[in-house]
Every structure is written in structure tokens, then in C-alpha cells.
Design a protein around this ligand. Structure first.
Ligand code: SF4
Length: 326
């Protein structure tokens, strides 16, 4: 979609009128072939990375936004061919004016598909909503500097750590064997890019970890990691899904925004860049795991655990959650 359909004579390979041009593949697709290609790609990603096994119990991290809602429908459909259980978990960060609306969507879609839905709140799980944690931190930052303005930690860093912690815990308590995330190609390429810019190869080594077998850690899978965000937006439209287009009020403060902007600009000039970033990552991830994986190699049975809360930790000492929240 970086280029619109310019010529009335442009056609899908089946001869029908196209609804999308895929610049990275130099291809036009009609609605029917677009939907086919989309569904096939999600299934292929699941198969290629052996994300699911017969008998799995999958907990989907369902925000109620377009990505996770599309994934909810894809996984529900896939159950017709591959027997696995599916439940959805929504984390309520407590972001006024934003999260209550997406929770409604999540509930409605789960009801429609007959899928069990659980909501876990920051307030219950971490003692405070994200809104109040941010207010408290900002106040502390200002007090420390005698009233001088001092930047508080980025909301997304705090939110991400708490959300991952609560999701993993909730998925484990629900008896899940896999935790499915709605991260798309854009999100995943941004994460790769951000970890390179921050020089954090250890984090990159842990990005794709469907085989970890530590009983405290539910391996995460990302069936949309090779699906561009724009194609998910189009899929939502053509499938007639009713999903609110909302942006979290804190999203603009994120470092991720910078990575998104750079990648989008490069993709516009050099179509296929996001796929290339992902392919680079997939090519080197084995080497990264071997060097930095710390027990995250395929079949690992024990991850380092936090001495304070006992939950899995990315290294020795207290986990990020305990350092940030407790
Ligand atoms: Fe949390 Fe940032 Fe996402 Fe908002 S944009 S939900 S603060 S991670």
C-alpha cells in the first residue's frame, strides 16, 4: 500500500480488480486473493516456526486493538484444523479514556466466538493503575530536583515491564502452554531495530522463544510477526470487523515511535525493508541465543528466577518488575 493503485488497467493475477498493491512483492491483489494470502501467511508462520502443537492451551494477549483481535479470529479459525484450546487475557493498565473502550471490543469479540476471556488489572496485580504510577513517578522526579522539571521514566518502559509480568503470570495461572501476542511485522522489526540501537543483543536473543520449557515462563508466539501492519488494517476493513481506531495517550513518548518513523520512511523508499530486518534477525537469532540466551536455547528447562518474587528473570538478581514496581 505504499503506492496506491494508479492505473485502472492494473489487475490482480486472477484478473479481478485489485484492492491493494504490495510494493515488496510488486503485486496487485483483489479482495478474495488478499484474504487468502493473509490467512495463508499467518498459518505458514505458525507452521514454519512450529508455534503450536496439538493439545496446546493458548492464552492470547488480547488488547482489543486491531492486531490482537485479528489474531483472535485467526486462531479461533485455526482450531478447526488443529485441536488446541484458546483463551484470551486482557491486561487493563488503567489508562483513562483508552483502555475501557478496547476492553469492550475484546469482550464483545470473545463472546461472539465463544472464547473464555479474563481481564487482569494493573491496580489489582501491581497495586496501582498506570495513570497513577506515572503521576507518582513524575511527582517524585520533580520533588527530587526542588521543583525543577525532571523527566520521569518513559511510561511505555514501565507499562511494558508490568504488562509482560502480569500476562505471563495470568497465562500460567490459566494453565496455558503458549502465550500468543498480536505483534505484527512492523512491531517486531521495530523491536529488532531498537535493540540494535540500544546495543542489547541479550534482549534480541530472547525475542523469539517458543520452545522454552521453564514451568514459570509461558513461551510467547507471534503468528503475525511476518504480516505488515497496513495489511492488518486492510484485513479488518474487508472482513467488516468493528474495531475502534484509538491510540494510547502515552504512545508518543515512546522510543519505539522514533524507530517506527525511521523504518516507515525507509520502507517507503526501499520497499521490503521491514521484511529484510526480520530476515536478518531470523538469520542471526541462533547465534545470538548461543551467545546471550542464558538458558533460552531450545528445550531449556530452567530460567534464572528473581530472588524477590520467584518469577522468571532475564538475568541474575531482581527481575525488572521488582526493580521498577516493588
Ligand atoms: Fe503501555 Fe505504551 Fe502501549 Fe500505552 S503505548 S499501552 S503506555 S506500552
Amino acid at each position: 500500500m505504499a503506492r496506491s493503485i494508479e492505473n485502472k488497467n492494473d489487475r490482480c493475477f486472477c484478473g479481478a480488480e485489485p484492492i491493494i498493491f504490495l510494493p515488496y512483492a510488486s503485486r496487485y491483489l483483489c479482495e478474495r486473493d488478499f484474504i487468502r494470502m493473509f490467512d495463508k501467511r499467518v498459518r505458514k508462520t505458525i507452521t514454519r516456526f512450529r508455534m503450536l502443537r496439538k493439545g496446546d492451551r493458548v492464552a492470547l494477549g488480547l488488547s482489543g486493538g486491531k492486531d490482537s483481535t485479528v489474531l483472535l479470529h485467526s486462531l479461533a479459525e485455526l482450531r478447526k484444523d488443529l485441536p488446541f484450546e484458546l483463551i484470551a487475557i486482557t491486561i487493563d493498565e488503567g489508562i483513562v479514556g483508552y483502555r475501557p473502550i478496547t476492553i469492550k471490543t475484546a469482550k464483545r469479540e470473545c463472546e461472539k466466538l465463544g472464547i473464555e476471556h479474563r481481564v487482569v488489572s494493573f491496580r489489582k496485580g501491581a497495586g496501582n493503575s498506570l495513570d497513577s504510577l506515572i503521576k507518582k513517578q513524575a511527582k517524585r522526579s520533580v520533588d527530587r530536583d526542588d521543583g525543577e522539571h525532571h523527566e520521569s521514566p518513559l511510561p511505555c518502559s514501565l507499562c511494558g515491564v508490568i504488562r509482560r509480568y502480569l500476562l505471563n503470570k495470568a497465562a500460567r495461572e490459566a494453565g496455558a502452554t503458549k502465550l500468543a501476542m498480536g505483534h505484527n511485522l512492523d512491531d517486531t522489526a521495530q523491536t529488532v531495530f531498537m535493540n540494535i540501537m540500544r546495543n542489547e543483543p541479550g534482549r534480541l536473543a530472547r525475542l523469539n522463544d517458543p520452545f522454552v520449557t521453564d514451568p514459570h515462563f509461558i513461551p510467547r508466539i507471534r503468528p503475525l510477526m511476518l504480516t505488515p501492519e497496513k495489511e492488518i488494517a486492510l484485513y479488518v476493513m474487508v472482513r467488516g470487523m468493528k474495531i475502534e481506531r484509538l491510540e494510547c495517550p502515552y504512545a508518543r513518548t515512546a522510543f519505539r515511535n522514533q524507530a517506527r518513523k525511521m523504518l516507515n520512511e525507509t520502507e517507503e523508499r526501499y520497499p521490503g525493508t521491514k521484511f529484510k530486518v526480520m530476515n536478518w534477525f531470523l538469520d542471526v537469532e541462533g547465534a545470538l541465543r548461543a551467545k546471550y540466551g542464558k538458558g533460552l536455547k531450545s528445550g531449556a528447562t530452567k530460567l534464572p528466577s528473581c530472588p524477590k518474587c520467584g518469577e522468571p528473570s532475564s538475568g541474575d538478581g531482581d527481575c525488572m518488575y521488582c526493580r521498577m514496581v516493588k
